[in-house]
Design a protein around this ligand. Structure first.
Ligand code: UTP
Length: 409
C-alpha cells in the first residue's frame, strides 16, 4: 500500500487534492481505508470525462435482420431440442443484473425486493425465479444462477434470498457477486466525498458484469461445469422468459456468439433502443439517436426497417466475450443528484443534479461481437418492465400484464 506522502503527490498531480481535505480528522483505520480507496480509483473514468465532447461518433447504421415469431415458430421444435440438450449438458448459466439503484421506483430497498402482489406477496425476485423454474420443469436441469449486486444493495439482496429460501431455487446453484463501483465527480471532474474518509461512488453500469463476474472468481466454476453461454437479464422485467431453451437453441443453431430478445415496437416513436448494424456489426441505436429517415425507412416487405426494440435479455458466448474483454468500452456519463460533503464539512442533499456518474452499457458489449441474433418474442407475454411506480413501464402496467398472463397477484 502507498504511503500518505505518495498518495498526496499523486492526487495533487491529478488535481484531486480535495480527497485528503479531512485526512487529519480521521482515525488511523479511516486513514488507511481512505488511502486504499484513493489507490483503487480506476482512472479510465476520469480520463474519459476529461475528454468528453470528443466522444466517438457513431458508425454507419443500417437495419439488421431479426428472426420473427413467425419464422422461428416453423423451426421451434428443432430449436427446443437443441436448447434442452445443451441445458441438460450444463452449458447455460444465468446472470441476473441487480446492481442498479432503481431510483425511478423510489424505494430504498433493492428493486427485486419490491412487492407487486395485491392479495399475497409477489416480489420481483420471486417472479424471476418462478419464470426460471417454469423452464426447469421442461428441461429437468438447474442452471447456475449468478446474481450481480452492488456495494449499495449486496447485503440486503443476499439476506432477502436467504430469508425466502431462494424462492425454491437450490441454494448451491445461486451465486452472488458484486459489480465494481465508479467514482462520482462534480462538473469540474473533481471526485466528491460522501464523508470525510469516504469517496462518493456509484455502480459502474450494467456493462461491467462480465469483468466483475470473472473478478469474483466464477471463471473456474464456469469452466468446471462447462458453461459456455450466459443468459443475462434485467431485474425489472417480471414476465421475461429466462433460460428459454428455444431461444438458446436458435442461437446455437445459427452459431451466433450473441442473441438478443427483441419486441416489435408498439409505435413509430416508442422510446426503446432498437437493434441495428453499425459498420456491419450488431449494435443498438437509442430512440433519441434515430432520424426521421430511419424511423420511416421500410424493408423489402414494406415494413419498418428498424422495428425491434431490445428488452435486456441476451445470450452471450463465454469464449466470445473473453476474446473481446480487453477492448476499451465506452464510458457513458449521467448527470444525477448525489449527496456529498461540501468543503465546509456539511452534508448536502442536492435538489437538482449536481454530479456525474460513470457507466458502462451492456449494449456496447453486443457491438464488440461479430454477430447477434435478434430474436422476436411476444411483448404481451414476455415484456413487463418496472421502471416507475405509475404510468408507462410501471408497477401498475406490469401488474396488469401479469394478470393478463394468468399470474395471481
Ligand atoms: P436501469 O437502466 O433501469 O437502471 O437498469 P436502474 O438503476 O435499475 O434504475 P434507475 O434508472 O435508477 O431508475 C437496467 C438493468 O441493469 C441493472 C439494473 O439492476 C437493471 O436490471 N444495472 C444497472 C446494474 O446491474 N448495474 C448498474 O450499475 C446499472
Amino acid at each position: 500500500m502507498k504511503t500518505y506522502e505518495e498518495v498526496k503527490k499523486e492526487i495533487a498531480d491529478a488535481g484531486q487534492e480535495q480527497l485528503l481535505r479531512w485526512y487529519g480528522d480521521l482515525t488511523e483505520e479511516e486513514k488507511a481505508s481512505l488511502l486504499g480507496q484513493i489507490e483503487s480509483i480506476d482512472t479510465t473514468y476520469l480520463s474519459a470525462f476529461a475528454a468528453r465532447g470528443e466522444e466517438t461518433k457513431r458508425g454507419v447504421i443500417s437495419p439488421i435482420r431479426a428472426m420473427s415469431i413467425e419464422e422461428r415458430s416453423k423451426r421451434e421444435d428443432i430449436f427446443r431440442e437443441k436448447g434442452v440438450k445443451a441445458i441438460r449438458e450444463g452449458r447455460l448459466g444465468l446472470v441476473l443484473l441487480a446492481g442498479g439503484m432503481g431510483t425511478r421506483l423510489g424505494s430504498k430497498d433493492p428493486k427485486g425486493m419490491y412487492d407487486i402482489g395485491k392479495t399475497r406477496h409477489v416480489y420481483i425476485f420471486q417472479r424471476l425465479i418462478e419464470n426460471i423454474l417454469k423452464n426447469i420443469h421442461t428441461t429437468g436441469a438447474f442452471s447456475h444462477l449468478f446474481i450481480m449486486t452492488s456495494e449499495k444493495n449486496d447485503i440486503a439482496t443476499r439476506a432477502f434470498f436467504k430469508e425466502n429460501g431462494c424462492f425454491g431455487y437450490p441454494a448451491d446453484y445461486v451465486h452472488f457477486f458484486r459489480q465494481e463501483m465508479a467514482p462520482v465527480v462534480d462538473p469540474d471532474g473533481e471526485i466528491l466525498l460522501a464523508d470525510k474518509g469516504v469517496l462518493a461512488t456509484s455502480p459502474n453500469g450494467n456493462g461491467g458484469w462480465f469483468t466483475s463476474l470473472l473478478k469474483a472468481g466464477y471463471g473456474d466454476l464456469m469452466e468446471k461445469e462447462g458453461i459456455d453461454y450466459l443468459n443475462v437479464f434485467a431485474v425489472d422485467n417480471v414476465l421475461q422468459n429466462i433460460g428459454d431453451p428455444v431461444f438458446f437453441g436458435a442461437v446455437l443453431d445459427g452459431g451466433y456468439p450473441c442473441g438478443s430478445k427483441v419486441v416489435r415496437k408498439n409505435s413509430r416513436d416508442e422510446k426503446v433502443g432498437v437493434m441495428c448494424l453499425e459498420d456491419g456489426r450488431p449494435s443498438v441505436i437509442e430512440y433519441f439517436e434515430m432520424t426521421d429517415a430511419m424511423l420511416d425507412e421500410k424493408n423489402e416487405a414494406g415494413l419498418p426497417a428498424y422495428a425491434f426494440g431490445v428488452i435486456l435479455n441476451y445470450l452471450f458466448s463465454v469464449p466470445a466475450l473473453k476474446k473481446v474483454m480487453d477492448e476499451k468500452m465506452q464510458v457513458h456519463f449521467a448527470n444525477k443528484k448525489v449527496a456529498y460533503l461540501d468543503e465546509k464539512g456539511t452534508h448536502v442533499e442536492p435538489a437538482e443534479p449536481n454530479a456525474w456518474k460513470f457507466e458502462y452499457f451492456i449494449l456496447d458489449q453486443v457491438h464488440e461481437l461479430t454477430s447477434c441474433l435478434p430474436y422476436e418474442v411476444e411483448r404481451g407475454k414476455e415484456f413487463a418492465p418496472i421502471k416507475n411506480l405509475t404510468g408507462t413501464d410501471s408497477v401498475e402496467s406490469a401488474r396488469a400484464l401479469c394478470e393478463e398472463n394468468g399470474i395471481e397477484l
